[in-house]
Design a protein around this ligand. Sequence first.
Ligand code: WTA
Length: 577
Amino acid sequence: MKHAIIEKPAEFFKKEPALKHYDSAYANFSWEDYRKEIDWLEEGKLNAGHEATRHCSDKTAIMWEGADGRKKTCSFNKVNAESNKFANALRGLGVQKGERVFLFLPRVPQVHYSFLGTLKAGAIAGTLFSAFGLDALKDRIGHSEASVVVTDTNLKKRIDEVCGNMQVCKDMPALKHVILVDAEDDAGDALSYNKLVGKQSPEFKPEPMGKDDYAFMLYTSGTTGKPKGIVHAHGGIIQQKLSARWVLDLKQDDVYWCTADHGWVTGISYGILGPLANRVPLVLYDGRFDAEKWYSIIQEYKVSVWYTAPTAIRMLMKAGDELPAKHDLSSLRLLYSVGEPLNPEAVEWGLKVFNKPFHDTWWQTETGSILIANYPCLPIKPGSMGKPFPGIKAAIIDDEGRELPANQEGNLAIKPPWPSILRTVWANKEKYEGYFLKEWFTTGDRALCDDDGYYWFIGRADDVIKTSGERVGPFEVESALVEHEAIAEAGVIGKPDMMRGEIIKAFITLKDGYKHTPELDEDIQKFVKKNLAGHAYPREIEVVDSLPKTSSGKIMRRVLKAKELGLAIGDTSTLEN
Ligand code: WTA
């Protein structure tokens, strides 16, 4: 192996890890043993929002810093009281159990308050990335039939643009209330968060929920069709809590920084639920990526556990080793990564610069929590995703669901159930059922497992794109592209990129009368940013005379990708042109 195994002597991490012996924990594990972690509200009933807020104290829970440098801290008491107030406000608005409440917000503490308050009230919280554009909002708020959206004055403009002046918004027909976190007074059809929530009682009796009752949902992309609403249930909290303790090794005197946005699953499971359920203070930074700023945050807040993504790590690497040397980063205890393959060089760079390796973790929106990981107590094989979490049976299977031997590439699969597994795909039973093959949950990832039980990521089995760790469906981008007046047809692929993992590349054909110019490219990119999302536009656009299609007219992305990479095109028996 080119990259040496990283052994970690006991004194390496300053503190003894909570999970000390992986093999025995894995061998003897039973979820039943962790029932006592939960405050059962009634026989068999719990509430994930309550689990994350029931440890009331004056201890700091959230250290927030805005993009403009404003700062605020709030205690566990405050998170509890504010989420209770929000739950009361929902009750006052007549929001029923199971109704959808969507959060379209920058990274502000109201995300935590309203997310947890929604769960406490028994409604379903949906989160949206603030870079989402008009179509992305329609496909999520409209499709889920959300009745409440919590947003701010600036982001609301996009909702207004979708809805126009309609009394009842055609594309978001169930939407009844828009709540603005930054408005002091009700403004037209929108309610002021401060006025509405501020007057509520800080006491609230959390709704007792079954472990399979829905708690939150996130739309994510597949190869085909519109984004899927992945729905998670209250029972997942036990796994979010335990994995935050055993993988991230969060302890009550840590300061934890998860750089993910709440619009992605990491920002929920490990930006809200996992750390708060373990009573761990967290940093919430609303600014964009900036190497200098990021190091300053670690220094200023004395971050001890840091969970980030490979693209960010590679950008830090690019910014050079002098910058971290100028900061006091001695508070760092453990470093973690998720979302896309973490190259061995990045793991080793951590060791060089922070004196700590990055621990890679693997999971998906659908799995609800980390399922494969590198643990503090285990040596790291740089480039490997690590080993299954206790209670999780992972395997490499063939297309018929047969388990494959070690060292053989195949489909990464997990044996269901586990507490945080998705419970459904919103209004799409077929997509939900499509995840399962015989006794397996299929992940869509290709991987192999070595003789020591370490898993190695190989690639996606489908066309899903991972750009800067963000999951983008080619179909969504293609749909946005063909709405542009100049574009006749579009095929979209993920093109390998040293920094971002992949970039989105679009192959397009133009309508008669349009010529390919740099201005047109720019206009197309702007158009996709506005209509779909700030992060989902094609960084590269190639105009072609025609696109490879099957006889039924489907664009063959596989052929586009092979051509782009200079690879053999493979089986083209169904190719039309
Ligand atoms: C990819 C993110 C390689 C993978 C929490 C997976 C990874 C998809 C890793 C899920 C990793 C995630 N190494 N690839 N450590 N972690 N992925 O739903 O393809 O945004 O299926 O969830 O990201 O992305 P999602």
